[in-house]
Design a protein. Structure first.
Length: 277
């Protein structure tokens, strides 16, 4: 039995290491590529670790295109989209979790169905709508679609979390004179902080990485996000792998930092309601 237990632990450890390598390999390859010279990028046999590391690709990232502006645009759009989405999702989730009204469950299921619709099927009517509203090449022209597309998942996560909070706490607050809104923001929201952080991280990552909407609704550097900006480094007859790899490595840092800081809360939020009745 001891031998079987040791074998099982060894196998599990090997699988964890394999999964870790499989997950990190693409980013490590990108990171190593960003430090290679152009000559080393195309030499054969392939070198996995740069022989003569250089930062010239990182210099070109900021000199060939307004990379700093792209980062700022992504930060503005992503933060505003995340905050607005969490605000609206909190109100909707509170209604689904606490209020009794006809069609509540079918409506919640309908939200999830909407979230499964491929974005590519909506991009043409979305472009026409944003253009008719005069919101092309604006921050709000990006924020509105991002919030709309992220809401179903955020509502679903927060609803599951709100349902786990005891009703007695809310009832006590209502007896003490709190309104529904005060109860939500002063009692429910603080207790559901892990769920809010989980939904916020998911919305943040999706918005930061989104490409199709940003590419379709923007045409000037003033509002282009980082994903579209990186695509601009490719020339008509050239593909500067080193520069693109450096830009991708820089653009990944905020996402990796956010996930590393909030990974425990993300796991707790995604499993909310999984083991409770």
């Amino acid at each position: 039995m001891a031998g079987r237990g040791a074998l099982a632990r060894t196998t599990l450890a090997a699988l964890v290491v394999l999964a870790l390598v499989w997950s990190l390999a693409p980013y490590l390859w990108t990171l190593f590529t960003s430090f290679k010279t152009e000559r080393e990028l195309y030499q054969f046999p392939v070198t996995y670790i740069p022989k003569n590391p250089t930062i010239i690709n990182y210099v070109h990232v900021f000199t060939q295109n307004p990379f700093g502006r792209f980062l700022l645009n992504s930060a503005i759009v992503t933060v505003l989209s995340t905050v607005l989405c969490l605000f609206i999702a909190s109100l909707a989730a509170y209604a689904f979790a606490r209020l009794r009204f006809r069609g509540r469950e079918p409506l919640l299921v309908g939200l999830l169905v909407v979230a499964m619709i491929p974005l590519i099927t909506l991009i043409v009517p979305l472009y026409v709508l944003v253009r008719n509203l005069g919101m092309l090449n604006t921050y709000w022209g990006l924020i509105a679609p991002y919030v709309t597309y992220s809401l179903p998942v955020a509502i679903f996560i927060l609803t599951a979390f709100f349902r786990e909070i005891p009703h007695e706490l809310e009832e006590a607050a209502l007896i003490d004179g709190c309104t529904r809104m005060n109860t939500l923001w002063r009692i429910i929201a603080p207790l559901a902080a892990p769920g809010l952080i989980t939904a916020g991280i998911i919305v943040f990552v999706y918005t930061w990485n989104e490409f199709l909407i940003a590419m379709t609704l923007t045409s000037t550097a003033d509002v282009r996000t980082i994903t579209v900006g990186i695509a601009l480094y490719r020339g008509e007859f050239t593909f500067p792998w080193g520069v693109i790899s450096a830009a991708v490595a820089l653009a990944t840092i905020p996402i990796m930092t956010l996930i590393l800081l909030g990974q425990r809360l993300v796991i707790r939020g995604l499993t909310a309601g999984a083991v409770k009745g």
